[in-house]
Design a protein around this ligand. Sequence first.
Ligand SMILES: [Zn+2]
Length: 105
Amino acid sequence: MGMLTEFLWSMMVFLLAVRIMGTVLKLLTNKMRIQDNKIEAKPVEKASEEKEEKVLEIEMVQDMICGAHVPKHKAYQVVRDNVTHYFCSWECRQKFILSVRDESE
Ligand SMILES: [Zn+2]
């Protein structure tokens, strides 16, 4: 009789432990879900991350005045005869404009 009671007690303890584990797991997964939502609730940060990725893939253009390679979005531009020319600096852009002016005169 003693052994049976011990067995029943251990079974009850085991079942209780399983229930507690289940509750803890549920709480943990809920917490994780909340954290996921928090991350998704920050569209500004996500957008900036995407922007950085795009910067890494960005097209490089060559400055025809000094030969420097510049990311397209940072380059100074001049459109001449429907062709866009890119420059590393305002100075290079000015040099190009002046050289073009000399040519046409
Ligand atoms: Zn330049």
